[in-house]
Structure formats: C-alpha cells, structure tokens
Design a protein around this ligand. Structure first.
Ligand code: ADP
Ligand code: SF4
Ligand code: MG
Length: 397
C-alpha cells in the first residue's frame, strides 16, 4: 500500500476493554462434500472453521488475514449470520444471536452490514445507484424522504449526488465500491464487515477507499471486521489483527505488537512476504515450503506442521517435525509479558529464529509424505482470492 493511506483511528493497542460488540466463540463450520446427482451423499467435509474465537469492539477494526481458502469469508458470513455455524456461538451486544430466526435477525441485520470484494458483482446492474442504496431503507421500512437520504449518503462517500439515476457500469471500480459502502451505511450500522473490499482495485484507488473507511470510522464510531489476504492492507487499517491458517486463528495481537514481535512461524512468513513497511524493505524473504493443504483433509496436530520452518528447527532435522507438532493441536495461549497477544504454537518464535529458519529453507525435504521442497520460489502468499469469493448477492438483507 502507498503512504497516503491514513492509519487507524486511535491507538493500535493490544486489547480493548469492555463488552465486545461481537463475541464469537468456538466457531466451527463444515461444508459437506457430496457425490451423486439425485441422491446426494456426503463423502467428506471441508473444515472451513475449526474453532474460531473473535471479539470485535465498538469503534475499532479487527483485521483478519491469511491465505486464500483459510476460512476468512466463512468467518465473516457466520459472524454476519448469513451462514449458520456447525457449532459455536455468536453474541451481538452481549446477546446470543446464534439460533435466532430470520425474523428475529432483522434488527441485528440493521446493525451489522457487509461490503464484499467485488464492487460490480455485488451491485445489481439493472438497478440505478439510487435504487441500490435505498434498498436497505425500503426493506427495513425506513420512513422519510429516501431520495434525500440516499443523496446525503452518496455525498458522504464521495459520490456526486446528481448521479443518483446512473447505473453501476457507468462508474469506475473505486466508485462502485463507494456505492457498496453507501448502501452498507444506509441503516446506520454499528459494524461493517469488509470482505476483501479493496482487493479488486488498483493500489492508488485502494488508498482512497481505505481513507474513506477510516474517515467514516472516526466520524461515526463504526467497528470493522476487515478481511484481506494482503497483510500490507490489513496493517494500515487495523487496531488488532487475527492471523488465520486452515480454519484456525494462529496468532492475535495489537497491530504493532504483531508486526514488531510476531510469535507464530506463519505470521513471520506472512510479514516477510509482505511488500511494504520496514520489514518488507529487506531483500531476503522467508519462503514457505509447499502449498496450503486441503481443508477437506487438514493435517493432524498443528495444521501448519507440514510447512513449518520452526518445527524443523526444533527437531534439528530438516525432514523431521517434533512429535508434539504432529500430534497435538496447539491452543491459542497468552504470550508472556505482552497483553492481548496470543499464539497457537508449541514452540513460539524466539530471537534469532527467523534467520535460522531462512537457512534451512533451502533444503529439499519431505514431511509426513507431503513433498515440501524447501525454498520454493512461491511463498504461497499474496495470492488472489478465488473467484468464489465474489458475492453475487448484495448485503444479505
Ligand atoms: N458454500 C461453500 N460450500 C462448500 N465449501 C465452501 C463454501 N464456502 C467456502 N467453502 C470452502 O471453505 C474453505 C474456506 O473458504 P473461505 O472462507 O472462502 O476462505 P477465504 O475467504 O479465506 O479465501 C475453502 O476450502 C472453500 O472452498
Ligand atoms: S506448533 Fe510446531 S508446527 Fe505448529 S507452528 Fe508451532 S512449531 Fe510450527
Ligand atoms: Mg474470501
């Protein structure tokens, strides 16, 4: 990201006090893999979320980062109650909303809105901008002069209110994302879930949209759950960051703490691959071996073990992983002396590890039958999200 992006509103502290706006606990989401055309039978499951806890605080931004397919969008949809979790709970303003009916969810939907990645796919091409932005007002039966309200919203997001009758194809990508943001703002939500909101935009346009989100947060005290595969973007907008890998949160901390003292080997690799910031200025990257394993058949123990350079460091053998990493799933555990910092790793990063991990990455190795030739040129990071991320639906109203 470029420097013109304004950073978060308020200090990027490790933790926020008080009752969170959203509190999710133990979220598990499994999608059945089916065979057969008429008689569909489940032949397995995609383990999209494997026990995720999230807190989102009023007026703050929780960044969620991880490679494509790690469960970010699923987490977003479960938190927004567009998807039911297989198990786990979601609380909103202290109230359990996990099992509410569609009707009971209506007032919650006013408070929690979603902005999707693809500003074109999420806008109905046959509706004018005025119709699109006024849809939530109509659906929720908001009284008053809707046209005036929509034009006010257009102005607030930097669109010309005179373009009320234009259609989405008449706008640029950045402007279309502004339309999506105006629609999300229409019901004056407390939380906007932004799922890769700038990933489809040029870098210069990304900065403008991120600045708009920051301004709106400052002016309205909005909370964001901000999802991106790009750590550089997440860094600019987040107060706290959760790093996801294969359906799990593997590390969570205040933004600065996460960047200055990452404890999970996967976070170290993500930061090392990010093209921006002081760390990005270094030429030697820590490249991860192999691809992300399939969430249909996640590895045992720590899901990161087939790719983990630290595990190899601990075992002292580039082809070996400690038994514990292979057999036991590490829980998210507080980091000593660092408030609000948690890591899910049996052998968190210590001083000097990064350099030593780089040294072993050049060796060719096989772990648990996974061919993870070390030092591959593709870090498997910063990949574009899959096309399925593109929502054809609007805000899920
Ligand atoms: N509706 C669905 N049906 C089946 N599998 C799904 C569905 N949505 C997501 N998945 C799978 O769940 C995993 C996590 O996907 P997703 O949450 O979209 O990840 P991300 O947003 O991090 O790229 C992927 O393997 C994806 O293919
Ligand atoms: S638990 Fe083991 S495999 Fe998992 S991240 Fe830590 S060192 Fe690596
Ligand atoms: Mg996604």
């Amino acid at each position: 990201m470029s420097e013109q992006v304004s950073t978060t509103t308020g200090p990027a502290t490790a933790s926020d006090g008080g009752t969170p706006l959203v509190r999710a606990r133990g979220l598990v989401k499994r999608f059945p893999i089916t065979r057969g055309i008429i008689l569909k039978r489940a032949v397995g499951h995609i383990h999209a979320l494997q026990g995720v806890d999230l807190d989102i605080h009023a007026g703050r931004t929780l960044g969620v980062v991880g490679e494509s397919g790690c469960g970010k969008s699923t987490a977003a949809r479960v938190v927004a109650r567009l998807l039911d979790p297989t198990s786990g709970t979601v609380e909103y303003e202290g109230r359990d909303i996990t099992n509410l009916s569609r009707r009971q969810l209506v007032p919650i939907r006013r408070g929690v809105q979603v902005v999707f990645q693809d500003p074109y796919g999420s806008l109905n091409p046959r509706q004018s901008v005025g119709q699109i932005i006024s849809t939530p007002l109509r659906v929720h039966g908001v009284k008053g002069d809707r046209r005036a309200r929509v034009q006010e919203l257009m102005e607030q997001v930097g669109l010309n209110p005179e373009h009320y009758n234009r259609y989405p194809h008449e706008f640029s990508g950045g402007q279309r994302q502004r339309i999506g943001i105006a629609r999300a703002l229409a019901l004056e939500p407390r939380l906007i879930i932004c799922d890769e909101p700038v990933s489809a935009l040029d870098v210069s346009i990304q900065a403008q949209v991120l600045n708009l989100l920051a301004d709106l947060q400052r002016d309205r005290g909005l909370a964001y759950m901000f999802i991106s595969h790009d750590l550089g973007v997440v860094r600019h907008v987040s107060h706290q960051i959760a790093v996801m890998y294969l359906g799990n949160i593997v590390e969570r901390a205040g933004r600065d703490q996460l960047y200055d003292a990452p404890k999970h080997p996967y976070t170290v690799a993500l930061i090392s691959a990010a093209p921006t910031g002081e760390r990005g200025a270094r030429t030697r990257r820590l490249l991860l071996a192999g691809d992300v394993p399939s969430p249909a058949d996640p590895p045992t123990g720590c899901a990161f073990h087939p790719r983990c350079p630290k595990a190899r460091l601990v075992s002292g053998d580039a082809g070996e992983v400690p038994e514990r990493c292979r057999a036991e799933k590490p829980p998210l555990t507080p980091v000593d002396g660092a408030e609000g910092h948690e890591v899910a790793c049996w052998y968190p990063i210590e001083a000097g590890d990064e350099e030593r991990m780089r040294e072993i990455q050049t060796q060719d190795i096989t772990i648990d039958g996974h061919d993870v030739a070390g030092g591959g040129s593709d870090p498997g990071i910063d990949v574009q999200p899959a096309a399925k991320d593109v929502a054809s639906d609007s805000t899920g109203l």
